[in-house]
Ligand binder design. Structure first.
Ligand SMILES: C[C@H](O)[C@H](O)[C@@H](O)C(=O)CO
Ligand SMILES: [Mn+2]
Length: 420
């Protein structure tokens, strides 16, 4: 262990202890928190079903950084590299279009066997897996509608895909001994102002009821649904709005997925957590960074990221919240994107775990708002970085900026050899 890291850590430990914070306990808790890394950062949300098909559904990856993964093997290799630079054991969030099959499989016919090699890989590398039906980038979604389509055949196709996806999720959960969160996000909506806002929502509700008709063992699969405010081409109306899914998740007791980029520009998900948790069993978070729109930038250590993690820790809700990432930046090294974003999510969690919760709560309950404000501000200057460095060292991953050396080497040896 480096002497510098050790010395800085000991000093930091004393400073936190003076506030009643047990640094070792905070690090021990952090070790138990998995983050679900989204496979789609590795190849700009293209997948392996039909790599020549462009991304649709009102989402967009911008940039043309060389070296994106073109095969299942390349994506796994890139993921392995990313996980090796992130402290702790983490999950993978997989989309249906990342199936591993020699034949082209219609979306409504995906089966567990198409994901068997992902199970083998996950077992070898101790990853839980989460899953998503892919209701976009497909001819049957080209008019922008899937589960809420007026066309019964189209609806049926996507219902079947979502049912099949739940079964794949349950397969992962059963094989890996940890439930998969299977999250449904659909793009359905209108570019311009619709006349009938009610009909599509009734159809979506009915489609979801059919999809969820069969109850699956929660030890294997947990169902989540993700709302959105607008997408590219669905600026005026999105069927699956926040109110729609909040009502659906509450009435059906499903997991609600809150994506940080799916609300009005100044609206934050951190303040929704404590409200929504009163009414739904569990939450899925898509931690993202919207810049002026749902731009899916790599997560940085923003105030909102810190506020999200504070809410999870302060609410003592770790066992009811699943943390997933959702960004896709094609303008920078894609492995660095995963590593920077995930390390930031973990750093924000550690910051939250290092709060002197009892002291802050006491001030608040006594009405000592001056003390509360002063302490919250002082915490920003605490030597948190020394604790983070020690955590990385203990977990056997690079300390500080050193992770970029490994990424640069990998880019030279592996990514630069890929020609698309
Ligand atoms: C690829 C994901 O499913 C997608 O990003 C979804 O979660 C979303 O946030 C769409 O805006
Ligand atoms: Mn999302």
């Amino acid at each position: 262990m480096s002497q510098d890291v050790e010395q800085a850590f000991q000093l930091a430990k004393e400073r936190y202890a003076a506030l009643g914070v047990d640094v070792d306990a905070a690090m021990a808790t952090l070790k138990t928190i998995p983050i679900s890394l989204h496979c789609w950062q590795g190849d700009d949300v293209i997948g392996f079903e039909d790599p020549d098909r462009a991304l649709s559904g009102g989402i967009m990856a911008t940039g043309n950084y060389p070296g994106k993964a073109r095969t299942v093997a390349e994506l796994r290799r890139d993921l392995d590299k990313a996980y090796s630079l992130i402290p702790g054991e983490h999950r993978l969030n997989l989309h249906a279009i990342y199936l591993d099959s020699d034949q082209k499989v219609p979306r409504n016919e995906i089966r567990p066997e198409h994901f068997a090699s992902w199970v083998d890989w996950a077992k070898e590398n101790h990853h839980g897996v989460d899953f998503n039906p892919t209701c976009f980038s497909h001819p049957m979604a080209d008019d922008g509608f899937t589960l809420a389509s007026e066309d019964e055949g189209v609806r049926q196709f996507w219902v079947e895909h979502c049912i099949a996806s739940r079964e794949v999720g349950a397969y992962f959960g059963k094989e890996l001994g940890t439930p998969a969160v299977t999250n449904i996000w659909i793009p359905d909506g209108y570019k311009d102002v619709p006349v009938d806002r009610f009909g599509p929502r009734m159809r979506l509700r009915d489609s979801l009821d059919i999809i969820f008709k069969e109850s699956l063992d929660p030890e294997h699969n947990l169902d989540a649904i993700e709302c959105k405010l607008f997408g590219l081409g669905s600026e005026s109306y999105v069927v699956g709005s926040h109110e729609f899914y909040l009502g659906y998740a509450t009435s059906r007791q499903k997991l609600l997925c809150l994506d940080a980029g799916h609300f009005h520009p100044t609206e934050v998900i951190s303040d929704k957590i404590s409200s929504v948790l009163l009414y739904v069993p569990e939450l899925l978070l898509h931690v993202s960074r919207p810049v002026r729109w749902d731009s899916d930038h790599v997560v940085t250590l923003t105030d909102e990221l810190q506020a999200i993690m504070q809410q999870i820790i302060r609410s003592r809700a770790l066992d009811r919240i699943h943390i997933g990432l959702d960004f896709f930046d094609a303008s920078i090294n894609r492995i660095a994107a995963w590593v920077i974003g995930t390390r930031n999510a973990l750093r924000a969690l550690l910051l939250a775990l290092l709060e002197p919760r009892d002291m802050l709560l006491q001030y608040e309950h006594e009405g000592n708002f001056t003390g509360r404000l002063a302490l919250l501000e002082e915490l920003k200057g605490m030597p948190f970085g020394a604790v983070w460095d020690m955590y990385c060292e203990q977990q056997g991953v690079p300390v500080g900026f050193a992770f970029m050396d490994e990424i640069n080497q990998y880019e030279k040896a592996v990514l630069s050899q890929r020609r698309s």
